[in-house]
Write a protein that binds this ligand. Sequence first.
Ligand code: GAL
Length: 364
Amino acid sequence: MSGTHPHGPRRPLRRRTAVGASALLLLVLLLAGCAASPPAGRTPSDDTVALLLPDAKTARYETFDRPLFEARIAELGDYRVLYANADQDAAKQQQQAESAMTAGAGVLVLDPVDANAAISIVTSANAKGVPVISYDRLVAGGDLAYYISFDNEKVGVLQAEAFVKALRDRRGEGGILMVNGSPTDSNAALFKEGAHSIIDESGLRVLAEYDTPGWNPEKAQEWVAGQIAQHGDAIAGVYAANDATAGGAIAALRVAGVDPLPVVTGQDAELSAIQRILTGDQHMTVYKAIKPQAELAAEVAVQLLEGEEVTAPLEIEGTPATLLDPVAVTVDDIMSTVVADGFWSVEDICTPAYADACEAAGIG
Ligand code: GAL
């Protein structure tokens, strides 16, 4: 658990009416001689928020989500962020949430490793009066204050539409593999659902399908290697649910000397994936603008710390929610999406090893 203390402008002085009301209640209970014992650890503070992210194998969390969230919080005032990454370990995430609350976190921004296991984090926070924002992935229960994500089913649809189109354009024979996301991730189920809604109607033959534990690229690589041993040249395409697993799949295909490479999808617009798209190793990725996501989470967290009412354009499973729009990226869209948005610069992408590919694609 690490803490940062931004030196932004001082917060305006304000009092939470809820605090006043609970102080009054406590006084009444004390006078009545039946006060409950105080909770262990510090009471939730109104200047501290915990950001609890799920995994370090996927580049987005440390590269974008965390710094963008912390930067927006620093702009909003003199608040403290307690940060922890669970490394795909649900039990570790539970401990991180408890430590954050013991350290005084007044709001949890939680991206759950395991949608079901995380219910107990929400229940524990609810009991302490700590609101929880479900960040990127929806916790499967508990009383959530807010949910902010992307349209995750649409992510799967975008992947599969580009995938099916590319396979048709190639007019090749053969079937496809599906490398899905983590079986404990609620988003992974939605990506898969969206992808199947297109693939199942396309006439493509699914040779085999795999849910990658912890989105682990090495596990994806190992599984794809096994499938190559079985199906060999009959693999025309690999639907991979994100860029990390796409990287694993492509590594397996390269090791086995599969040539040409099958059509491979991805998600997250990771720099290495954009470069693979340039060289033709990967067909597409899905760009999700993490800045508005992280910034909105920071803004809602501060509103909750301040005891303000939050509003949202949607309600999902009873929770106020915002869903942002994902965008498909093939080689033709790199400039108009990730570069135009400042997600990656031409300098980031076009390192000397990619200079020729950049020129050929008209990037720069
Ligand atoms: C998903 C998330 C993706 C991806 C993946 C791996 O839930 O929406 O952006 O990174 O997890 O952690």
